[in-house]
Design a binder for this molecule. Structure first.
Ligand code: ADP
Ligand code: MG
Length: 311
């Protein structure tokens, strides 16, 4: 008896070692609300809100930090399906450069919280303005993003929301892709996904064909990577952010319309070369922003190109 109790306690503290997987009440992926202690908010996007909690089932202060994501508008019917998809997708991904799934917390039979590993340094958007990275360091992060994305594409998922705000920083040498809220599976044989619902889309990160025809593909993620690379090399300076810059180009006051953005891109206007950004790196961005999706590089080839530049 006591041995069993001790084992259970031990396992609750270390969900990674689970000798009792067969017992349903000690499933390491099941988190109980009563042991979750809120510490602070970590951030939020259009649909989700992420908070830092300590999970402390032993209730003795030995718990671990976890990042907990929940939907901002709870109970929103059509969001719920997407929410369950997001959880299923994250659960199926294992890669050094992708945030790790830990489990779920349910209430009244509905999964209300997604539990992930906590990345202490926040998103690139939080991190970069505070730590002015040199070009070599920027390229290290960029290459890691490509590695995570190459794995995602190999699993036939398209991310659809690749941006600095969705890349998380573990430590000064490691970043991971987070936020799979818009990720879609592309069945073998298909080449793109066409969206029907179009709420708060991150249009300034979107490829031209996404804006014009709502066509999302592996190549449209490449375009967004180009914008993310631009963000990294501008240290996520808000004055040079993609929305700020593109609006300045068309001299727009307030919200820019999709029509104007399309017109701008069709005239082959693109984000400029960031200050102190090597020519070869800007060239990579330009390739990612090719009008023709078929001419854009793949993440595999980007990994190699970045490797060459880093040498
Ligand atoms: P949304 O789907 O609403 O955009 P995200 O998953 O992108 O939600 O999370 C919103 C913000 O919360 C991120 O931009 C980041 O700042 C923070 N965040 C998300 N996940 C983590 C994590 N695992 N560790 C630390 N901070 C996180
Ligand atoms: Mg996000």
């Amino acid at each position: 008896r006591t041995v069993l109790r001790e084992l259970t306690e031990l396992q609750m503290k270390n969900p990674d070692i689970s000798p009792l997987e067969s017992l349903p009440d000690t499933d390491p992926n099941v988190f109980y609300k009563r042991y979750l202690k809120k510490i602070r908010d970590l951030g939020e996007g259009n649909f989700g809100k992420v908070m830092l909690y300590v999970y402390d089932p032993a209730n003795d202060g030995t718990g671990e930090c976890v990042a907990v994501k929940s939907l901002k508008h709870e109970g929103g019917g059509h969001h719920h399906e997407g929410w369950m998809k997001e959880i299923e997708i994250l659960k199926s991904l294992y890669h050094t450069n992708i945030v790790k799934y830990k489990g779920c917390c349910s209430e009244l039979g509905q999964v209300v919280q997604l539990i992930m590993e906590y990345l202490p340094l926040g998103s690139l958007r939080d991190y970069l303005p505070k730590h002015r990275l040199g070009v070599a360091h920027c390229l290290l992060f960029a290459q890691q993003i490509c590695q995570g994305m190459d794995y995602l594409h190999y699993k036939r998922y398209i991310h659809r929301d690749l941006a600095a705000r969705n890349v998380l920083v573990e430590n000064k040498c490691l970043v991971k892709i987070g936020d799979f809220g818009l990720t879609k599976y592309i069945p073998e044989g298909d080449v793109y996904y066409r969206v029907r619902e179009d709420g708060d889309s991150p249009v300034f990160w979107y490829a031209i064909e996404c804006l014009k025809e709502s066509k999302f593909s592996f190549s449209s993620d490449i375009w967004s990577f180009g914008v993310t690379l631009y963000e990294i090399l501008t240290h996520c300076d808000p004055r040079q952010s993609p929305p700020a810059f593109l609006q300045m180009m068309e001299n727009v006051q307030g919200q820019m319309t999709m029509m104007l953005l399309i017109k701008l891109l069709e005239k082959h206007n693109r984000l400029p070369c960031p200050r102190d950004c090597p020519h070869e790196v800007h060239l990579l961005m330009r390739q990612c922003w090719d009008f023709d999706p078929a001419r854009r590089p793949s993440f595999k080839s980007l990994i190699e190109s970045i490797e060459e530049i880093r040498k």
